[in-house]
Write a protein that binds this ligand. Sequence first.
Ligand code: MG
Ligand code: ZN
Length: 233
Amino acid sequence: MAEIKVPVVRNILQANERLASENRRRFDEAGIFVINLMSSPGAGKTSLLEKTIETLAGRMGIAVIEGDLQSSRDAERIQKKGVQAVQINTEGGCHLDGNMIQIAMDSIDLSGVDLLIIENVGNLVCPAEFNLGEHEKITMLSVAEGDDKPVKYPLMFQICSVLLVNKIDLLPYTDCDVEKIRQTSRQLNPGGLVFEISCRTGEGFEPWLSWIENKVGEHRKNRSGAAPHADKS
Ligand code: MG
Ligand code: ZN
């Protein structure tokens, strides 16, 4: 039976890759920098978005796509911050895919958007396998989850550009060893960045916010760089 199952999974992933590259083309044409934010449930993804938007909303156009199994609670939280937020309900599905993003994009006005953040379904496993067309993957881990997660769920920590270690304010109340997280992360993903943050206190946010601002700047440049095509006479 395993011989049958493997090609089926491969076909699903290949079909998803096609949709993801269509999404990417659309993002690039619009000059929008896109992040795919992943973590287990409760690590603090929506709180990260709230805190990030509070600081950056005055400096750039932001839109959010929220993925959850049920409810529109998270999109409502984000809308309260004054930015566009679209909720995808996967109705039991444990990850977002390229097709869901395509559908959600129809409800977003892209004009004036510089940064699109996609909050994936809380799950440390299969979101890592489904590209959405994003430019960068961000993995978030809270210190309350323990320092063994990168060893147990390596793919999620291998593929991310940035690992956010959240709830750093709770460190004194846990046995979590952040140095161990950093070490495993370095082994799995030598080029990856690690930022320690607290979405509750705002501690450690500066490097994270500057990283986003730099990326948004690069993508804006590409957008204005698209103009010379019109010169061809
Ligand atoms: Mg959430
Ligand atoms: Zn899944």
